[in-house]
Design a protein around this ligand. Structure first.
Ligand SMILES: [Zn+2]
Length: 74
């Protein structure tokens, strides 16, 4: 009976370690997904769009390469 209890204890420790690692990996991906996309404004047409979809030219952001070529508009 003592050996059986030891086996159960070892399995329990391994299970906790596996779950803990999965939890840490899940926390990392969840944190990355929760990060909001930074919104920028096109310097030409004033359209708001996410930074990863915008085109950057110096200090200005543009919604498309066409508006980047057209330049800032005030
Ligand atoms: Zn634009």
């Amino acid at each position: 009976m003592g050996l059986f209890k030891l086996l159960v204890l070892i399995l329990l420790i391994v299970a906790v370690m596996v779950l803990w690692r999965r939890f840490q990996a899940w926390q990392k991906t969840a944190g990355a997904e929760q990060k909001p996309a930074l919104m920028v404004r096109c310097a030409h047409c004033k359209l708001n769009l996410p930074e990863n979809q915008a085109v950057r030219e110096g200090q200005h952001w543009f919604c498309s390469s066409e508006h980047r070529d057209a330049g800032p508009h005030d």
